[in-house]
Structures are given as structure tokens and as C-alpha cells.
Design a protein around this ligand. Structure first.
Ligand code: ADP
Ligand code: 5GP
Length: 205
């Protein structure tokens, strides 16, 4: 039987660099699947439906909530975002690790449902730099940028209950740190023991 994959949950204030880091990490692991969330927010120019998000109308989203299709969902910055149960269970049951970008409420719900989940919080080097990145990204209106930035300081307090904190000052280094977390978790004895047992006699002496 295939071992079940791990769930990596990435959170952080808007503009911290979560998507940029995940994009770099995804290419490095053939055994890592990305959990594509559903959202009622409009796609940004470079975003692709089914790849970055499943973009749905608010009505469709509510219907999915009513049918119990989400393991968790939340209203974030005025739009609805949710993780479908299928997107995680299909991948982990096939032995894939799963990485996802969800807010702090979502992370708490995922941890409650998938107990061994690994929670990673991405921090910007400073609030000033976060503000610069949000503005330079140019994907939100000035008002939306302000709303996201105003939530940042409060949102960052939640990093205290995460398993790992990664400062995204230099993007390459932050992506390497995220890869190291994944590799370290893949090396946990509880994950490797079944394979070691197959290869060696591990009876206690
Ligand atoms: P998030 O997914 O957390 O909202 P993004 O990955 O979209 O954040 O990053 C926000 C903006 O900051 C993007 O324009 C991205 O290119 C830029 N960015 C990400 N990491 C860095 C970094 N280490 N240094 C400078 N700019 C960065
Ligand atoms: P963005 O609009 O910048 O892509 O994402 C806004 C926020 O929604 C981010 O904090 C991101 O982590 C969060 N988010 C994205 N997908 C989900 C999801 O499926 N569930 C929850 N709870 N939050 C999500």
C-alpha cells in the first residue's frame, strides 16, 4: 500500500511572497501536488483558471459550501476562498505530498482535519517592504492594497502558532528554505520506517 502524503500549508500576509515561493518549489518535487483552491475573486491578468485557482461565481461557491464540498472555506479580503476535500484526499491517498496557500483560519481548519499537517508562515523582511511589494505587484486597486496592508500587522501575530517561519527577504533563499522544510519532513523516521523495514531487519536487539 502506498504511504499517505503530507500536507504543507503556507500562509502569510498578502504580498509576503507565498505564490512566488510555491511556484519555485513546485518545480523541484515530482511528488508534490498543489491544492488548487476555489475562489469567487476575479482572476488577475496572469492567472489561469484551474492552475492558480478555480475561479467560480459567488453563487457557485455558495452551492459548493451547501453541498459540503470544502474541507475549509473563509471570506478573505471580501472574497470567498475554499479548499475542496477532493483536492487534498485524491493527492494524499495516491502518495503525493500536497502544498497549499491558505489564510490563517484555513490553516487552523486544515490542521484540525489533517493532524500531521505542517504549517509554514512566510514573513516579509519589514512592513515597509510588504507595502512596496503589494503596490508594485499592481494587481489590486489602491483601496484593495490599503485594505490588505492594514490587515498585515494583525495577521502576522498568528505566525506564533505555525511550525516553521520563513523570512522572504531574498526570494531564492526563501524558496530554498521552503524546499528544506519539505525535504526534512520527508526524512522523518515515521515516514521512512516502512521502507527501512522492507530493506533491513529492524528487530530490536
Ligand atoms: P503573496 O502570494 O504572498 O500575496 P506574491 O508571491 O504575489 O505574494 O508576491 C508579491 C509581490 O512581491 C510580487 O510582485 C512578487 O513578484 C514580489 N516578490 C516576492 N518575493 C519577493 C522578494 N523576495 N523580493 C522582492 N520582491 C518579491
Ligand atoms: P489572493 O487573493 O492574494 O490570491 O489570496 C488572498 C488570501 O486568500 C491569501 O491569504 C491566501 O492565503 C488566502 N487563500 C487562498 N486560497 C484559500 C483557501 O482555499 N482557503 C482559505 N481559507 N484561504 C485561502
Amino acid at each position: 500500500m502506498k504511504r499517505s502524503g503530507s500536507v504543507f500549508v503556507v500562509s502569510g500576509p498578502s504580498g509576503a511572497g507565498k505564490s512566488s515561493i510555491i511556484r519555485r518549489v513546485r518545480g523541484s518535487f515530482s511528488s508534490l501536488a498543489y491544492s488548487v483552491s476555489h475562489t469567487s475573486r476575479k482572476p488577475r491578468a496572469e492567472e489561469v483558471d484551474g492552475v492558480d485557482y478555480h475561479f467560480v461565481s459567488r453563487e457557485s461557491f455558495i452551492r459548493m459550501v451547501e453541498r459540503g464540498e470544502f474541507v475549509e472555506w473563509a471570506k478573505v479580503y471580501g472574497d470567498c476562498y475554499g479548499t475542496s476535500i477532493l483536492s487534498i484526499e485524491r493527492a494524499t491517498s495516491e502518495g503525493f505530498d500536497v502544498i497549499m496557500d491558505v489564510d490563517v483560519q484555513g490553516a487552523a481548519n486544515i490542521k484540525a482535519r489533517f493532524q500531521g499537517s505542517i504549517l509554514v508562515y512566510i514573513l516579509p523582511p519589514s512592513l515597509e517592504e510588504l507595502s512596496r511589494r503589494l503596490k508594485n505587484r499592481g494587481t489590486e486597486s489602491d483601496e484593495e492594497v490599503r485594505a490588505r496592508f492594514e490587515k498585515a500587522a494583525e495577521e502576522i501575530r498568528n505566525c506564533r502558532w505555525y511550525d516553521y517561519l520563513i523570512f522572504n527577504d531574498d526570494l531564492m533563499q526563501a524558496a530554498e528554505a521552503m524546499k528544506s522544510v519539505i525535504i526534512a519532513e520527508q526524512c522523518r523516521w515515521s515516514r521512512q520506517l516502512p521502507e527501512a523495514r522492507k530493506l533491513f531487519d529492524l528487530c530490536s536487539s
